[in-house]
Design a protein around this ligand. Structure first.
Ligand SMILES: [Zn+2]
Length: 367
């Protein structure tokens, strides 16, 4: 099964942070005393169970209605959009907390919720290395954080080679999202399995149960996503709706990630020549991560608190159900210590900042 805290994978060029600063200690103290004061657990509790059941039921209902009851094209599109949003919701609210060990105090429940990713086409084993280590430890470090890798299609860091068509990336990124979920589902995990690495990072190849579950998960996913629909409907109708669901899912997942890290306010760092990053880990997370639209209760519910990515990056083992109340505590420590706590106040402002970032990365002078 997936280990929520794997050891750091071997890397050809080690990247290190300076020793921990007093800021990290103060943040830890403030958050610990918040949980002690309110006698709360850091995991999700009953709230995350109810929410998970609701979102899984939403996905299952959308799929059943789409495959067995949709009678015309507009019903199929509406139900396809609902399914794409519900699958993204499983990722944000169920799998993500489980993968970080924040869903429950019981390891078994964390593992089960993390395995939801395999049922929707990903691999919880690969995600663990790609997300928990490469992204969370080395956020926005170009060359280590694999979430910055979409080249040659997109240029997401100044150190990536600029191609002439990147100047239009702020426009074509939206339809391009249709290709991302099929790439994760059909290609990336198998490539990692064969190569034993993601980018430059060596990843231990899955064995035993991990390897079995990778294939069982893919098989279950292909069965509900394609094989059953192919039995019920014409080939091209199924492919068309599969692409539409992928577009909705890709835009939703991709945008939520990029609004936290690929905006004007967030730093992107190259791998330093000496291998040592300029800031300590907590300062680095605060400089490379942004919150958005924190006062929107619907977004906060649906995104599994991922509009509070600053709190998530500093405390990934705290369940998302706590982020809204934790944010003022973190913000106060940042204000006291004189370090930035980046927030785009609305979804519109975050999107505008993201599009400006894409335009800047696409321009010749940003090279
Ligand atoms: Zn995370």
């Amino acid at each position: 099964m997936t280990d929520a805290n794997p050891k750091e994978p071997n890397r050809s060029q080690p990247v290190k942070f300076p020793p921990h600063s007093p800021l990290r200690e103060r943040l830890n103290q403030a958050v610990e005393s918040y949980f002690k004061r309110d006698r709360k657990n850091k995991t999700g509790g009953i709230r995350i169970w109810i929410k998970s059941c609701a979102i899984i039921a939403w996905a299952a209902t959308s799929w059943i209605a789409l495959v067995f009851f949709a009678a015309n094209w507009w019903q199929a599109l509406l139900l396809g959009a609902s399914l794409g949003l519900a699958v993204a919701g499983i990722g944000f609210n169920v799998q993500h907390d489980g993968g970080h060990g924040a869903f429950s105090r019981r390891k078994l429940f964390n593992r089960f919720s993390a395995l939801m990713l395999d049922l929707v086409g990903g691999s919880s084993y690969m995600w663990n290395f790609k997300h928990n280590i490469m992204h969370h430890q080395y956020t926005n470090v170009d060359g280590v954080d694999d979430d910055l890798v979409a080249w040659p299609f997109l240029r997401l860091a100044p150190g990536q080679k600029r191609l002439w068509f990147h100047r239009f990336q702020w426009l074509y990124i939206w339809p391009l999202y249709v290709f991302f979920p099929p790439k994760w589902q059909w290609f990336d995990d198998f490539r990692t399995l064969v190569k034993g690495r993601i980018g430059a990072q060596r990843i231990p190849r899955p064995k035993g149960w991990n390897l079995t579950w990778l294939f069982v998960g893919k098989l279950l996913f292909f069965t509900w996503a394609l094989i059953v629909p192919f039995i019920m409907h014409p080939f091209w109708h199924v492919l068309g709706i599969y692409a539409f669901v992928a577009l909705v899912l890709g835009i939703t997942l991709g945008t939520v990630f990029l609004l936290a890290h690929c905006v004007e306010e967030a730093d992107i760092q190259p791998v330093p020549a000496a291998g040592r990053l300029p800031q300590s880990w907590a300062e680095h997370q605060l400089a490379t991560t942004a919150n958005f639209s924190p006062r929107n209760p619907i977004l906060t519910w649906y995104l599994g608190g991922l509009n509070y990515q600053v709190e998530h990056h500093l405390f990934p083992r705290v369940s998302h159900v706590h982020y809204k109340r934790l944010a003022p505590v973190v913000r106060q420590v940042c204000a006291d210590e004189g370090v930035p706590h980046i927030t785009n106040p609305s979804l519109y402002r975050a999107l505008r900042s993201h599009i400006r970032f894409l335009r800047r990365m696409g321009r010749r002078e940003a090279a």
